[in-house]
Ligand binder design. Structure first.
Ligand SMILES: Nc1ncnc2c1ncn2[C@@H]1O[C@H](COP(=O)(O)OP(=O)(O)OP(=O)(O)O)[C@@H](O)[C@H]1O
Ligand SMILES: [Mg+2]
Length: 278
């Protein structure tokens, strides 16, 4: 995370409620995300992750405070202008997919934001290639498996030329192969193209294995924000947020391997610590 440049996205004391007569569901959020960051947003059901994430590209506007995108308030952006900057993938891809073919689905976004037909074709083909769905482009989206639908939803957003992705629970309901494919893709875009990625997930081992920074939420507030290994070994805060640390971290803790000098959130780290102790 570069700290010298202006944040790409900044939450400045943001609070939000869905209705004036109901309580705030996120409160006093202060958060800075830099270009190229890969951030996991974790927290229990109802802690406000989706609500926070929908503020990143202005789907929701703060009730108090402001969200700055490249230094400018999210309210000041025109809808299409924002759509070219930051893509948002919904929690359930089936709420997002509505076209008759995979190809038409991916072309919808770039068409809607006014790209030329050539550019629509070019960007859609490139996005399908990236998510490895080119061979499926003529089929109806309902013919795709769950993992393929998830990748289609991501491709539809990527085709709009965005350099920032907000992805709400992309691995839910996927088997190991599906999880690996989508996470490998996101991780490689982050490292190859410096794509900024904010991902919401309940899968703590996905967080440990792939994502360098974690924002931990509880009851609408940010409880911790830092390097993944630090957050996932913060037993007190995780308990407060009703999140269980990774299994390997719990084992390391039970075996008194967490002496503050190393991080153990992944299997190889646990193995190494055990071998060293012998
Ligand atoms: N459209 C809405 N209208 C009113 N209240 C809402 C709406 N969407 C969410 N909420 C409420 O806001 C709070 C935060 O919900 P949110 O969906 O942001 O949580 P979440 O962390 O994404 O949960 P989950 O892990 O279940 O997806 C919850 O109390 C929820 O009931
Ligand atoms: Mg949610």
């Amino acid at each position: 995370m570069a700290t010298d440049a202006m944040p790409h996205i900044e939450f400045d004391q943001v609070s939000f409620r869905y209705d004036k007569s109901t309580p705030f569901v996120i409160q006093d959020i202060r958060l800075q995300i830099y270009t190229g960051d890969f951030v996991a947003l974790i927290g229990q059901n109802g802690s406000g992750k989706t609500t926070l994430a929908k503020h990143v590209n202005g789907i929701l506007k703060p009730s108090l405070g402001q969200v700055l995108v490249n230094g400018r308030a999210s309210q000041a952006y025109k809808r299409l202008e924002m759509a070219r900057l930051i893509g948002y993938c919904y929690q359930n891809p089936d709420h997002q997919i509505f076209s008759q073919t995979v190809e038409a689905e991916v072309e919808y976004g770039p068409k809607a934001i006014g790209y030329t037909p050539e550019k629509v074709k070019e960007q859609s083909a490139a996005a399908l290639e990236l998510v490895e769905l080119t061979h499926r482009r003529k089929v109806h989206p309902s013919m795709l498996g769950r993992g393929e639908r998830q990748r289609l939803a991501v491709a539809s957003i990527l085709a709009m030329g965005v350099s920032t992705l907000v992805v709400d629970e992309p691995t839910t309901g996927l088997d190991f192969v599906g999880v690996t494919r989508i996470m490998d893709l996101l991780a490689s875009w982050n490292s190859r193209f410096n794509t900024t990625i904010v991902i919401i997930t309940h899968d703590i081992s996905v967080v440990a294995d792939y994502i360098p920074r974690v924002v931990l939420m509880a009851q609408g507030r940010v409880l911790l924000d830092g390097p993944t290994a630090d957050v996932l070994q913060s037993f007190g805060e995780l308990k407060e947020a009703a999140i269980r640390p990774p299994q390997v971290t719990r084992i390391a803790h039970a075996l008194n391997l967490l002496d503050g000098t190393r991080s153990i959130v992944r299997v190889p780290e646990l193995v190494e610590a055990l071998l060293q102790r012998r």
